[in-house]
Write a protein that binds this ligand. Structure first.
Ligand code: ADP
Ligand code: MG
Length: 704
């Protein structure tokens, strides 16, 4: 490790079939043709594919790879891979290492075991994976991984990558129309850029292994509040412990090898919670790399006897984990279209793109909410934790003031840069940002990009970005329709900015989105507030949403239906597994522990009384007796709550319709789970530690 750390530039991307490697290894013509495909989406001819495959294979074998896989992202939201070795028999009991253009371009995994939401009957098992040349191939352990899209035999999309790629094309088309109107004829493409900040927890592997809930569901289903939580605010940005630092260093090294620009690592708000952020890149690549990052966080943690928890809410009462999806649009020449420049009030192009995003978020808020709806994320959104389930935007004071002035027709006067002077001679004065940050907003403008904070830590960021790209593409298209026919471009564009702001400013909220007044005000503004996944998901199918996705060729109606079905079913499955795990823990661990401790108490009380009878002294059995009484009362209540949860589960399993089932589970099953938990958590505070079957919150949160 020491050695390789010394040369990070050399280490960086060493396991990636990068542009530099391709330029080096490919015949000139093949390289040129491939570049054209990557940058403009041109079709690739089979000869080129063969040349690329040959170069890829040689490079991979040089790096020690023996296998290859089409690496894809089915609707489970995680990645899938099926490994094939390079060997090919040549008779005589001998083999050669082979990898053809066809191997590269197309794969055929059995599609029947991946969720399809009724798109494909199990007997139609065929599915295809298709090489995505816009995301570089890489080596993971001994395997050459080729990022691919995944579709059924009938052509329906079965993955998270394809719609994302389509949405990027849609945005490219519409954004270019606008840029051309502003006289930009140099940019060839417009892409979206994403930098996802990933939160996670680290706990000791040995403690993790002792908890069935962590093992089976990724979160604790029981656990009394620890005496110390995050109230001292001493963990956020706190000194990183040596062991965690070693983990982070190794993680960085692994990520760098894969060409992932891991940049920032720090402690998060909750004890044992951390964050990692890469430098942003093209959305498609950022999604792939975030998947790899999640995978590596877990793998590298295990090497340090740590278990990484990516779940949105591993511990009740302790801050949960999210993923901040930083998003912007940029040309192939590197111009960030959300960069306000020095004088945003005069930057009409910026204001057009900005208000397009404002309108897109307002009109398609429900889709954004849907994109972050999972069972795990319900513990954050709509609970007492941020961001709220209401989608709103933060623009900050400067931009809001500019737009307000545009609306009222007044002149905006730029206050100029302000400075922070510490009053200490040796400290240099620092320029202040134009606006403060707002950490409570789900969708915040942060200088030259937007940060969507509602995504769950365990989620793929594909869906969110697919929605964002498509929604913004739609609005840019509407804008272009108006602007392309304008006589006085500047006047029409200014009016468009003004009218759009007026019509959609209800989505802008610069205040505290955690405050109890906000939901009331949001309702008055007509903003939706879907507090749970079963409430949110059906809106995927709202006519306007289906129409949007269909119009831009991102998803067909059938594909949206199937996705909704998959998500609803996933929600139900996750909660049913949690409920079953709770039942098992309560029945075979918790109640027996409570009983055993009661027995000890009762015996102690008996022995004490005996002793008191013999010796003429006063011995109190008050503690033992009252503890036994308490434990037996709570155990009885827990026992009946087990019954209630079991009954609810039977009911849930009997419901055919996915939406009805999800609603029932979200209401009734979750409620019974909460009841069961209350009793068990109370027992944990009474039963002696030696008797309690699980490591406690304190053990888990402060043990590393
Ligand atoms: P913070 O939000 O903590 O202040 P940064 O400003 O460093 O953090 O940015 C957070 C993330 O936003 C990083 O991953 C960064 O690369 C990403 N980011 C910065 N600029 C852009 C952009 N133009 N498009 C997408 N992501 C961006
Ligand atoms: Mg951030």
């Amino acid at each position: 490790m020491e050695e390789s750390m010394a040369n990070i530039p050399e280490l960086f991307g060493s396991n990636v079939f990068s542009d530099a490697v391709m330029r080096d290894k490919l015949p000139k013509d093949a390289y040129k043709a491939l570049r054209k495909t990557i940058t403009t989406g041109a079709k690739l001819n089979p000869d080129v594919a063969n040349a690329v495959a040959a170069a890829m294979k040689d490079w991979a074998i040089e790096k020690g790879a023996t296998h290859f896989t089409h690496w894809f992202q089915p609707m489970t939201g995680i990645t899938a891979e099926k490994h094939d070795s390079f060997i090919e028999p040549v008779g005589d009991g001998k083999v050669i290492m082979q990898f053809t253009g066809k191997n590269l371009i197309q794969g055929e995994p059995d599609a029947s075991s991946f969720p399809s939401g009724g798109l494909r009957a199990t007997f139609e098992a065929r599915g295809y994976t298709a090489w995505d040349p816009t995301s570089p191939a890489f080596i993971k352990e001994d395997t050459l991984c080729i990022p691919t899209a995944f579709a059924s035999y009938g052509g329906e999309v079965l993955d998270k990558k394809t719609p994302l790629l389509r949405s990027m094309e849609a945005l490219n088309t519409q954004a270019l129309r606008i840029l051309r109107l502003f006289g930009n004829s140099d940019a060839k493409t417009v892409g979206t850029t994403v930098g996802p900040e990933q939160e996670y927890f680290l706990v000791n592997q040995s403690l993790f292994d002792q908890r069935p809930d962590l093992l089976l569901t990724g979160r604790t289903l029981f656990g009394a509040k620890p005496p110390k939580g995050q109230e001292l605010e001493d963990h956020y940005f706190g000194v990183i412990k040596t062991r965690v630092k070693e983990f982070m260093n190794e993680l960085d090294e692994e990520l760098w090898k894969l060409g992932i620009l891991s940049k920032t690592e720090h402690n998060e708000v909750a004890p044992a919670q951390h964050e990692i952020a890469p430098i942003f890149t093209t959305t498609n690549v950022a999604c792939d790399q975030n998947q790899l990052t999640m995978e590596l966080i877990k793998k590298v943690a295990a090497r340090h006897d740590l278990a990484a928890l990516l779940h949105e809410k591993p511990f009740a009462g302790v801050n949960g984990s999210g993923k901040h999806n930083n998003w912007s649009m940029a040309t192939d020449l590197g111009e960030n279209l959300l960069e306000p420049g020095k004088t945003p009030a005069e930057n009409l192009q910026f204001l057009v793109f900005l208000t397009a995003v404002v309108k897109a978020v307002d009109v398609y808020a429900d889709l954004l909410r849907v994109s972050s709806a999972t069972a795990g994320n319900d513990h954050r959104l709509g609970a007492n934790e941020a961001p709220p389930a209401i989608i709103s935007m933060f623009l900050g004071s400067q931009l809001s003031e500019i737009l307000d002035k545009i609306e009222s027709g007044e002149l905006y006067s730029d206050p100029g840069k302000s400075w922070w002077d510490s009053g200490v001679a040796v400290l240099p004065p620092l320029p202040k940002d134009n606006t403060d940050r707002n950490r409570t907003s789900p969708f915040a403008f942060t200088g030259n990009k937007f940060e969507f904070r509602a995504v769950g830590s365990a989620q793929s960021i594909s869906c969110t970005n697919m929605v964002l790209n498509t929604a913004v593409a739609e609005i840019l298209g509407q804008f272009a329709d108006v602007l392309e026919t304008a006589d006085d471009f500047k006047a029409v564009a200014s009016a468009l900015v003004k009218d759009t702001y007026t019509a959609h400013k209800r989505i802008i909220f610069n205040g505290n989105a955690y405050a109890s007044e906000w939901p009331v005000e949001a309702q008055a503004r007509g903003l939706s507030n879907y507090r749970s996944t079963p409430e949110a998901l059906p809106h995927y199918l709202d006519a306007a949403n289906v129409q949007l996705l269909r119009k831009h060729g991102v998803l067909s109606e059938v594909e949206v239906e199937s996705r909704t079905e998959v998500l609803l079913e996933n929600y139900a499955k996750v909660i049913i597994i949690e409920a079953q795990t709770m039942l098992q823990m309560a029945k075979v661990d918790i109640l027996p522990a409570a009983s055993a401790y009661s027995e000890t108490l009762a015996e102690t009380a008996l022995k004490k009384r005996k002793l008191a009878g013999k010796a003429d002294i006063v011995i109190s059995t008050a503690y033992e007796e009252s503890a036994v009484a308490k434990i037996s009362a709570i155990s009885a209540s827990l026992y009946s709550n087990i019954d209630a949860l079991e009954t609810a589960l039977i009911e849930a399993r009997g419901i055919e319709d996915a939406e009805v089932a999800a609603k029932y589970i979200g209401d009734t099953v979750v409620e019974k789970m909460n009841d069961l938990r209350v009793d068990a958590d109370t027992l944990e505070t009474i039963v002696a530690k030696d008797y309690w079957p699980y490591p406690t919150y304190s053990d888990l949160l402060f043990g590393v």
